[in-house]
Design a protein around this ligand. Sequence first.
Ligand SMILES: Nc1ncnc2c1ncn2[C@@H]1O[C@H](COP(=O)(O)OP(=O)(O)O)[C@@H](O)[C@H]1O
Ligand SMILES: [Mg+2]
Length: 356
Amino acid sequence: MMPCDFPDFDLLEALATAVIMVDDRLRLVRVNAAAQSLIATSETRLRDLSLPDVLPGADELIAAARRALLEGRSFTERDLDLRLGRVNLTTVDCTVTPLWRNGSEPSLALIEMTNVERHQRIQLEGNMLMRNQVSSVLLQGLAHEIKNPLGGIRGAAQLLERELEDQKLAEYTQIIIGEADRLRTLVDRMLGPRGESNKQVLNIHDVLEHVRQVVSVERGGAVEILRDYDPSLPEIIADRDQLVQAFLNLVRNALQAIEGLGGTVTLRTRIQRKFTIGNTLHRLVIRTQVIDDGPGVDPTLATSIFFPLVSGRADGSGLGLPIAQSLVHRQGGLIGFESEPGHTEFSVWLPVGEQQ
Ligand SMILES: Nc1ncnc2c1ncn2[C@@H]1O[C@H](COP(=O)(O)OP(=O)(O)O)[C@@H](O)[C@H]1O
Ligand SMILES: [Mg+2]
């Protein structure tokens, strides 16, 4: 080991790893600076307290410390929720090591914790992004496969109609033509807006206000969408039409979720610092949330709603979310969601000040 040049050097305080030392009755003996910041309390306020006092609800962590002291072995636990009562502070990986002063029973336990939340979130987003790329390739392929023969089917039905001797039979050719047209529209939606993106400097609130207007016209003015905007947001560079389409899909879903329940839909905008999308760490992003107080996303669909053709509604196409995700992705952004009964949030993160 290298000798240390500083006689007062306190290794524990210099560590980036959060370290808490407790005695055999789980009373706090040492809490280093990293641990103080993790549990958001200073050492003076921690004096004479025990682990369950400072982290009530961190049951798994407390149990691990007890076991280490009782069995005289170390334990490593992954993805522990560090709770302060009902509030989840963060998620940590933790190792508990028993220490002996003298005697046969361990008299201290050393708890080392590393924060894994950021790491996990990035992985999650990475997965989502991957999944979305796969699904948009699938979507486009499928759409082309359907679109190509449609022209032929429609043309043949028109020719047939002209040759019909009994015009009453035209009812059937009209069905063929009508359905071919309907499929064509559907496929165009699957392929999304074509051509190059038309990026411009825009204010997210203009986009959201336009979306509010469209859905209120659609529903004969019978919708009220609450607004909770941060008026100081910077402008972004994005394709306006594509963003409008993405938000329309989210807002329509939210309105469908509260249909007949008398609930509310809220649009909220906020600035967020340091946010990673895919592999890029952005200094500033705008987070727009479409919030509803409907029944929530069906848990059996939760991991697949961004896949094409996944729908929980009898008359749904299952294309709204994959198309929205793909459009937001083209702006360098990301859509994610959190949902529980009575509160569902779809968040759209869009980078500020970085051109794609
Ligand atoms: N705000 C929401 N609340 C509850 N469920 C939702 C919400 N948004 C989306 N979903 C679920 O995700 C599914 C997929 O949505 P989407 O891709 O837009 O397709 P569609 O609306 O055609 O079903 C919906 O059918 C619904 O089950
Ligand atoms: Mg939809």
